[in-house]
Ligand binder design. Structure first.
Ligand code: UGA
Length: 436
């Protein structure tokens, strides 16, 4: 089985590396020549735990990387994992996926192979049926289900555990018609991931499963964040004890109940907007989804209000933001709440210093010389009037009275409750814990 993976982002590169490391013959394809060169040399274009190690193993085995689309003509399975970013109105932007399937269709037209095309990219319901399938059939002059297979195969991996999630998925989801191609795909995945449940259904249901999954996760986060705001106004109330306890109820579950500054990243915010925009378009008023999104957007204002309550005006005050990555163990700052916070504080004319163990470069790409980049937590806190812990990096757990020695005002807002147990000689606020 020869496998091609188109689009070498988090999903595509993790998939190509894992499949190749298991001995499969894999080609990874991306339009970005520079990126391809880096990957060829075993260098990952972003930080992701275990990815570089897995990529290097893959490259030693049968992984090749190229920007030449025509090479896919000899491949049996073609995974498409290109991005589906967001338009300014919240709807998804399909240009990359249209381009990718147009190229695949053109190559299929000249090929004798009958490959299976598997779409990993997140697309709104109806996209396979109404956009992807017609492009492929028109360009190739061939019939889906007869001369090539077309399967929706969404991905549920999380950044920061992409390799683990690719190796050990909790579910495999396959959408499309019951053809010989579907049988082949099912047999491929059950060999690759024995004992992992496989859901097989039609394209539109699979497309909706992906949005259902991410919007439910977002709902859990907004729910706990709203409760955390209530707790903050009940002296002594502790959101983590509440989350831990309700999480023991199997109907609720313990994961994704960590209160914080709101959900960010390249997926949850985008997918929420796309689902809301889709629901609106088909005449459904998505009241719950709208509330989840609104709660998320408001969360940042709570942090700013806390700061203003203690500092008064924020203009010309030195404020330290600790953690700009959208979550720990990644250098990704896309749609990070910390980045949003810095933008808002800059509008208020605050002077910002930041520190992040991995995301300094990506943060600098956004703000350039508008903010100061410190080399350590202690440096970042020097002469600062407020420290805001935004991302739960493990190393922030070492934070102590020594770290804040040179702050000009010892005022800390801990959005992740990392320092709750420490006896800090500071004015300390933890999101979700009511001050006594
Ligand atoms: C998310 C989903 O979790 C994956 O299942 C999905 O495959 C992926 O989107 C995607 O669609 O590609 P990811 O964007 O990597 O994965 O990030 P998450 O781990 O879901 O975190 C998203 C945001 O929620 C982060 O800002 C995180 O800090 C926040 N979060 C998460 C909380 O505030 N509290 C929690 O309890 C969990």
């Amino acid at each position: 089985m020869k496998i091609a993976v188109i689009g070498l982002g988090f999903v595509g590169l993790s998939l190509a590396s894992v499949l190749a490391s298991k001995g499969n013959n894999v080609i990874g394809i991306d339009v970005d020549v520079k990126k391809c060169k880096k990957i060829c040399n075993g260098i990952t274009p972003f930080f992701e735990p275990d990815l570089e190690k897995t990529l290097k193993i893959g490259l030693k085995k049968k992984l090749t990387i190229s920007n030449d689309f025509s090479l896919i003509k000899d491949y049996d399975m073609i995974f498409v994992a290109v991005g589906t970013p967001q338009k300014s109105n919240g709807a998804i932007e399909l240009s990359m996926i249209k381009k990718a399937v147009t190229s695949i269709g053109t190559i299929l037209a000249k090929s004798k192979k009958k490959p299976i095309v598997l779409i990993k990219s997140t697309v709104i319901p109806g996209t396979m049926q109404n956009v992807i399938l017609p492009i492929l059939e028109k360009r190739s002059g061939k019939k889906a289900g007869k001369e090539f297979g077309l399967i929706s195969n969404p991905e549920f991996l999380q950044e920061s555990s992409a390799i683990k999630d690719t190796k050990f998925p909790h579910v495999i989801v396959l959408g499309g018609y019951q053809t010989k191609f579907m049988k082949k795909a099912k047999s491929f995945f059950s060999k690759l991931h024995p004992n992992v449940p496989i859901t097989i259904t039609n394209h539109q249901t699979v497309e909706m499963i992906k949005y259902a999954n991410n919007s439910f996760l977002a709902t859990k986060i907004s729910f706990i964040n709203q409760l955390s705001n209530i707790c903050q106004n009940i002296p002594g109330a502790n959101i983590d004890d509440i989350a831990k306890t309700i999480g023991l109820d199997p109907r609720i579950g313990a994961l994704f109940l960590n209160a914080g500054p709101g959900y960010g990243g390249s997926c949850l915010p985008k997918d929420m907007k796309a689902l809301i925009s889709f629901a609106d378009k088909i005449g459904i008023n998505p009241t719950l989804l709208n509330a989840v999104e609104k709660t998320n957007q408001k969360q940042i204002q709570n942090i700013i209000s806390l700061m203003e309550k203690t500092l008064g005006t924020l203009a010309s005050k030195r404020i330290t933001v600790l953690g700009t990555a959208f979550k720990p163990n990644t250098d990704d700052v896309r749609d990070s709440i910390a980045i949003e916070l810095i933008k808002k504080l800059l509008k208020k004319k605050s002077r910002i210093t930041i520190y992040d163990p991995k995301a300094m470069k990506n943060t600098r790409n956004i703000f350039g010389d508008k903010i100061i980049y410190a080399g350590s937590v202690a440096d970042a806190l020097n002469k600062s009037k407020c420290a805001i812990l935004m991302t739960h990096w493990k190393q922030f757990e070492r934070f102590n009275n020594n770290s804040i020695k040179y702050m000009s005002k010892k005022f800390i807002i801990d959005c992740r409750r990392i320092l709750v147990e420490k006896e800090l000689q500071a004015e300390y606020y933890a999101i979700g814990i009511g001050k006594i």
